[in-house]
Design a protein around this ligand. Sequence first.
Ligand SMILES: [Mg+2]
Length: 132
Amino acid sequence: MKKRIMVVDDSRVLEYQICKLLEDSDYEVVAYCENGEEAIARYEEVRPDIVTMDIIMPGIDGLEAAQIIAEAHPNARIIMISSLAYDDTIHEAETIGAKLFLYKPIDRETLLSALDQVLREDEAVEPTGSAT
Ligand SMILES: [Mg+2]
């Protein structure tokens, strides 16, 4: 079964790009949200395996939305995807529980390895003795 991705970005172009990049992969986009408010609400119903989160959006921005989702769901896997490259933004993204930070434009290899990585990190903390 494919892993389910929820894309959050105020530009739907990014969703099209990610859908395209994920063709013939183990991942699929199952939901798209255009702002932070929507992301917080839809996370509850969609329960995606991974969220990709833009930073700059009208209203609740991606950092705030990621923080709210991560507080309510400590196991949420959130990858920030932004064209912003300032160090303090990366640091802030890490402190609120984002697992990874990618820069636009993204390519297939970078995206797939980021998605694989956040799933692997979870496996690594599972109790020893579980099936590998
Ligand atoms: Mg944006």
